[in-house]
Write a protein that binds this ligand. Structure first.
Ligand SMILES: Cc1cc2nc3c(=O)[nH]c(=O)nc-3n(C[C@H](O)[C@H](O)[C@H](O)COP(=O)(O)OP(=O)(O)OC[C@H]3O[C@@H](n4cnc5c(N)ncnc54)[C@H](O)[C@@H]3O)c2cc1C
Length: 390
């Protein structure tokens, strides 16, 4: 999704781009491809509109109107209401990943972006002037700049010799869609349970996407349960506030990890999205962070090109690296810290964090800081995220 976004942004500014993708474009729509839905922050939606992908996505997008954060059974909670925002805009939208990928592919076809998919990359070499990618069939493609937006296990990152540091969480995220009797009214719930966060994220219609964090061994046992037992476990945690709730479609289990590449750039190479950093999903920020990478890299490339400079040269790549590093470091620290603080049941810690949640709720300036992050409107934003042309 990050690579597709970058390609569309560049193509819109007249830069020649080729996208290399391992999976066939039509595979993206199959319900078996990726069970996740993403919370697309308000600013990220502006970016998707700017690259011509939002119109096709809008029918699949559920506006997030309220966010409610609670800690286990505690009554104290943090409540964000979109009516407190200027012009009552939503915090963001929930969209299934398969729709995002497919709409981006469709937009790339309309924009005339060259796509080679499915393709198997065998090797990458770089020199002072460019990068050469070799495919399994022996053919090659030459480029002035190669961008690795190939996910957490990035081949491009490995080939560039860039090390990645981080750790695996002892948790996995069980992901599934549920159908429920009552309307969710656009409210997203984040409940911190001792095993980890349990997120109920509203989808169009009477459906929600769940990210249910459990210890890895428990997650494996739960996903292996038969339908009836699984539904019981689910209702135990979900409750009955939306009436009867039924799992619908496949269950997924994503092992959770955090990692960060030591550098985002190497000779004629840049990393973006999960290839550069992977976060705990508790704040729904990984893709949004990657979309900010895409918008920033597109801006650096287009600005250099307008000045007649070589956009793949080390000094231009250094601009990108400098711009993006802090955003990732800050989000990793926040998501990792929150996960540690909330994924336990130690009484004094529980009391402290509940008082903290209640205080944030009562302090509008502090609340506004968190809202800015949730909506992706904080920090030095690339033009596309501000709703401006590239
Ligand atoms: C449970 C869960 C819930 C999440 N929820 C949210 C959320 O609500 N909001 C949010 O912002 N983020 C969320 N995230 C994070 C988000 O899913 C990732 O940050 C996002 O998918 C990263 O996008 P990407 O394009 O960088 O990488 P990916 O989505 O991993 O895409 C990489 C692409 O590269 C291709 N590829 C890989 N290797 C090769 C190769 N060798 N050759 C050719 N192609 C290759 C793959 O086929 C794929 O298409 C969540 C993560 C998890 C685990």
């Amino acid at each position: 999704m990050v690579g597709q976004t970058l390609a569309l942004a560049l193509a819109g500014a007249g830069v020649e781009v080729t996208v290399l993708e391992r999976a066939a474009p039509e595979a993206a729509l199959a319900p078996t491809f990726d069970g996740r839905a993403s919370a697309i922050a308000y600013a990220s939606a502006r970016l998707l509109a700017g690259i011509g992908a939002w119109e096709a996505l809008a029918p699949h997008a559920q506006p997030i109107l309220d966010i409610r954060v609670s800690d286990g059974e505690s009554l104290l909670f943090l409540h964000y209401d979109h009516r407190e925002l200027a012009a009552g805009q939503p915090f963001g939208h929930l969209i299934e990943n398969r729709h995002i990928r497919f709409s981006l592919f469709a937009a790339m076809a309309r924009a005339g972006v060259r796509v080679r998919a499915p393709v198997e990359v065998r090797g990458i070499t770089t020199d002072e002037f460019g990068a050469t990618v070799t495919f399994a069939d022996g053919t090659t493609v030459r480029t002035r700049l190669l961008v690795g937006a190939d996910g957490a296990r990035s081949f491009v990152r490995a080939q560039a010799g860039i090390r990645s540091r981080g750790w695996e969480y002892p948790q996995a995220g069980i992901v599934l869609t549920v159908a429920h009797e009552l309307d969710h009214e656009g409210i997203a719930h984040e409940r911190f349970l001792p095993s980890g966060p349990f997120a109920i994220l509203p989808l169009p219609g009477r459906r929600s996407s769940l990210v249910w964090t459990e210890r890895r061994d428990m997650a494996a046992q739960i996903t292996a349960l038969d339908d009836e037992r699984f539904a019981e476990e689910l209702r135990d945690r979900f409750g009955d506030f939306l009436g009867d709730v039924q799992p619908s479609g496949p269950r997924w289990s994503y092992p959770l990890a955090f990692h960060r590449a030591e550098t985002y750039v190497a000779q004629r190479t840049a990393l973006a999205g999960d290839a550069a950093h992977t976060l705990h999903p508790l704040a729904g920020q990984g893709l949004n962070l990657g979309l900010r990478d895409a918008a920033a890299l597109a801006e650096v490339i287009v600005d250099a090109r307008r000045l007649g400079l070589d956009f793949g040269a080390a000094d231009q790549l250094a601009r990108y690296e400098k711009w993006r590093r802090l955003d990732a470091v800050a989000l990793i620290a926040v998501t990792d810290g929150l996960n540690r603080l909330f994924s336990n049941d130690v009484a004094p810690i529980r009391l402290g964090r509940d008082v903290g949640l209640g205080l944030v709720n009562l302090l509008p300036p502090l609340k506004r800081v968190f809202v800015g992050h949730a909506r992706g409107t904080s920090g030095k934003l690339p033009r596309l995220l501000l709703g401006e042309a590239l």
